[in-house]
Ligand binder design. Structure first.
Ligand SMILES: *Cc1c(COP(=O)(O)O)cnc(C)c1O
Length: 398
């Protein structure tokens, strides 16, 4: 690299470090993790209770109670717990009518789980560019694209180019920030396509006072170890439709028909139910959610103050009329390349500041390279510029 290029990299690193030092506690040798779980409530008590009850598998009072409390909190009528978010997505898509050989529209700037879940049921991901400001599935680009490629035959939306059915739109609420769900829903309606929300990162995030995912056909949460609350591994399907909820639960429990002793199964089911043990952990975590959200908001507010008026980076804030959980705080380099991104990550990791890049755009991954897609101007422009900052509230200066 040229001397001047190197000096620019150093100046950008210096700018980021100075701003981070305004926020991060300065304990020597402290490790600033990206997102650590914390267990400060009833976790151990509930786990002990669960173990002594012998009900450690997928039937038990913690499963029922965690489902009920999640429904209360999110405002969704029904909740079905799953072993993780990815299987939750798979079930959510299947009960929404995503079938073998049909296409699901989703952002390319995305975690791979959504595309995998579609593929696991024989569907084909169809990637759409994101909004440059919001980082989420762009309704304007989506509508324009559908106007070009979609025709509705007997009420069924078809991709004119591939001749395949378009069976769902799967927006994702990136880092806990809401996608433009109002306009996405409008486009979905216009083309008679079902909306399924990947709200894996968005427990505790709201749009116009409504919890994300609580107003769509179906939505999915994740409780993986690095999410806002954790069950070790786990996920949940949210829906307001009783039939869909029953179908999800049925499929998740081997599609077994209720009978006192016989084993009848009326569909090809799965073993996707969340064990009681994990639900016990989840219930305790949910009790601590409000406190955690407050701490996350304090951290985000400090970061936003610290990164004000930087020459080199912008910081992501919650969209208008939305309340984000600020799961991961995010800065965007004004000018970025993979090389600069790698340099910054390498240097910051040496300081035990565990920043991370955004995922590689899905349309560039080997298994998804040949999937249908739009032009990816915003996605390709953004991917080398995005850095997630350490976002555990524990890292905050007192
Ligand atoms: C975490 C995550 C998932 C999958 O959740 P798992 O519980 O890890 O299977 C899906 N989509 C997004 C956007 C995620 O961040």
């Amino acid at each position: 690299m040229s001397k001047s290029g190197e000096r620019l990299y150093q100046r950008i690193l210096e700018d980021i470090l100075v701003r981070l030092s305004l926020v991060l506690k300065d304990t020597p040798n402290f490790s600033y993790s990206l997102h650590e779980p914390d267990f400060f409530g009833n976790e151990v008590r509930y786990l002990e209770n669960c173990i002594s009850s012998q009900f450690v598998s997928s039937v038990g009072k913690f499963v029922d109670e965690f489902e009920e409390k999640l429904a209360n909190y999110t405002g969704a009528k029904y909740v079905v717990l799953t072993v993780n978010g990815t299987t939750g997505l798979q079930l959510a898509l299947q009960i929404s009518g995503v079938s073998h050989g049909s296409e699901v529209l989703m952002p390319s700037l995305n975690f791979v789980a959504g595309a995998n879940a579609v593929s696991h049921i024989g569907g084909i991901p169809h990637f759409i560019d994101v909004d440059a400001m919001r980082l989420t599935l762009c309704p304007v680009i989506l509508e324009k694209h559908l106007n070009q490629i979609c025709e509705i035959k007997n009420g069924v939306p078809l991709n004119r180019r591939t001749k395949r059915k378009i069976s769902a739109i799967l927006p994702m609420h990136i880092f806990g920030h809401a996608a433009d769900i109002y306009n996405l829903r409008r486009v979905a309606k216009q083309f008679n396509i079902t909306l399924v929300e990947d709200a894996a990162e968005a427990l505790g995030s709201f749009n116009n006072g409504k919890h994300l995912g609580s107003r769509s056909n179906v939505a999915v949460l994740s409780f993986n170890g690095n999410k806002i609350i954790t069950t070790g591994g786990g996920g949940a399907i949210l829906t307001n439709n009783k039939k869909l909820a029953a179908h999800a639960k049925h499929l998740s429990t081997t599609a077994k028909v209720a009978h006192k002793w016989r084993f009848f199964h009326d569909e090809i089911g799965y073993n996707f139910r969340m064990p009681n043990l994990n639900a016990a952990l989840g219930l305790a975590q949910l009790e601590g959610l409000e406190k955690k959200l407050n701490n996350k908001r304090t951290l985000a507010t400090e970061y936003i103050k610290a990164f004000r008026k930087s020459e080199y980076v912008d910081i992501v804030k919650e969209p208008k009329n939305c309340k984000s959980n600020y799961w991961l705080n995010t800065i965007i380099l004004k000018e970025g390349t993979n090389e600069l991104q790698d340099y910054l990550i390498y240097k910051l990791h040496q300081e035990k500041i565990f920043v991370r890049p955004v995922w590689e755009p899905l349309h560039s991954l080997a298994p998804y390279r040949n999937c249908p897609r739009t032009i990816m101007t915003n996605t390709e422009n953004l991917a080398p510029r995005i850095l997630n900052l350490p976002s555990s509230p524990q890292i905050l200066k007192q």
